[in-house]
Design a binder for this molecule. Structure first.
Ligand SMILES: [Zn+2]
Length: 399
């Protein structure tokens, strides 16, 4: 693993271009086990039991991405877990190569994803689950798009892959995120001249890490802007329509793109989805509130967003996300009358939410009232109130 260790050190330094990609021969030499699946071959630095768990993640993600971007090619995909030496144990949200490249895909043939070179056996399953979404999905999106004839300029490839990466898995399918946090970053940073830089971006460019990051967020912002203008219905049809746009029509878009970015409103987009007739769409849209609050997207840190979430506490499928948002990000901003109204509603979920909010606000709360409400929650709806119940001390203990 000397070679990959050297790459890691390069990464950690003030490297302007990122490390060169390891070749396929180098990746193959690092593999300790190989998993053969009808759709892919996985090369892994781990033992066969851990590799089998990672293969489960690859199988699930590939099925999701293929359903979105179908292709008719029969060659089996090759995927490598490329080992990187990391100091200490990684926390669940960290990837071994946070500073720079997390993986790469080449010409529809193979992709690699960096992983820690060694890990505790007990952490393998955790890490395999962590690989769902994220870099693995991003690289698979590159491969599948390439196989479907959807490869183009860097901005197009990365915009498409980021769009797929940010999708939410609901009901066994991928759905567009109503407002990926990249859009927030893009609207903050894109200024006149940004589109020319983006359209000229090539993967071989010497860029600082922050210049690279900007290209990525602009790419997703531009991809979504263009995709939303296409009359096609499915994701892949829209992507094909964007892929077909001429250079001159793209260059002419800057003013309209910047205007579109400036007018984006995360809460408006969430609200639009949350009023949909589809329960799945409603759940998906309300479900992104906590992560957008965590990313400090300003329009979800408002009274209007609080009122929206308070109303959603009563809707099964949305209650858990609405409660998570209110409890962890907005408990201090809510008004005393909001809590009073929740209690007066008499609805068990709202009464429980009020008590949990009182706990978060360090106010006196009523355990007996919470227990009485809990007893009224049907067994099959209790799972959706998990976050609320965790925050009320003694609620689930013996009487
Ligand atoms: Zn990419």
């Amino acid at each position: 693993m000397r070679l990959l260790l050297a790459l890691c050190l390069l990464c950690a330094g003030a490297c302007r271009t990122g490390p060169p990609n390891p070749s396929e021969g180098e990746l193959q030499r690092e593999a300790r086990s190989v998993v053969q699946d009808p759709a892919f071959t996985l090369y892994s630095p781990y033992d066969s039991a851990a590799s089998a768990e990672f293969a489960g993640s690859v199988r699930a993600e590939l099925a999701l991405v293929r359903a979105l971007i179908p292709d008719t090619r029969t060659e089996v995909l090759r995927l490598y877990l490329a080992p990187l030496e990391v100091q200490g144990e990684l926390r669940a949200w960290e990837t071994p190569s946070n500073r720079s490249l997390k993986g790469a895909a080449t010409e529809g043939e193979y992709a690699f994803v960096y992983v820690p070179s060694s890990m505790r056996a007990s952490a393998a399953l955790e890490r395999a689950a962590f690989m769902r979404g994220g870099t693995l999905r991003h690289e698979l999106a590159h491969l599948c798009a390439n196989r479907a004839g959807l490869a183009g300029a860097a901005w197009f490839n990365e915009g498409l892959a980021l769009e797929v990466e940010s999708m939410r898995e609901v009901g066994g399918e991928l759905h567009l995120h109503p407002f990926p946090v990249y859009l927030h970053a893009a609207r903050l940073t894109a200024k006149p001249g940004a589109l020319v830089e983006l359209l000229h971006w090539s993967n071989g460019d010497r860029l600082t890490q922050s210049e690279r990051s900007l290209r990525y967020v602009w790419a997703q912002g531009f991809f979504r802007f263009l995709a939303e203008q296409q009359p096609a219905q499915t994701f892949v049809e829209r992507a094909r329509a964007v892929h077909a746009l001429s250079d001159s029509s793209l260059r002419a878009c800057e003013a309209a793109w910047l205007e579109w970015l400036g007018a984006l409103d995360a809460l408006e987009r969430i609200r639009a989805g949350a009023n949909s007739g589809s329960a799945l769409e409603r759940e998906l849209c309300v479900g992104v509130l906590p992560s957008l609050a965590e990313s400090r997207v300003p329009e979800v840190l408002t009274r209007a967003a609080d009122e929206f979430a308070l109303a959603k506490l009563g809707e099964s499928g949305c209650a858990d996300a609405a409660a998570t948002f209110l409890l962890f990000f907005r408990s201090g901003a809510l008004r005393a009358e909001d809590l009073g109204r929740l209690e007066q509603s008499g609805e068990p979920a709202r009464v429980l939410a009020a008590q949990a909010l009182r706990c978060r606000r360090n106010e006196p709360f009523e355990l007996e009232r919470a227990r009485a409400a809990w007893r009224r929650v049907p067994e099959n709806e209790r799972g959706a109130l998990y976050v609320i119940t965790l925050l009320i001390p003694g609620l689930l203990g013996p009487d």
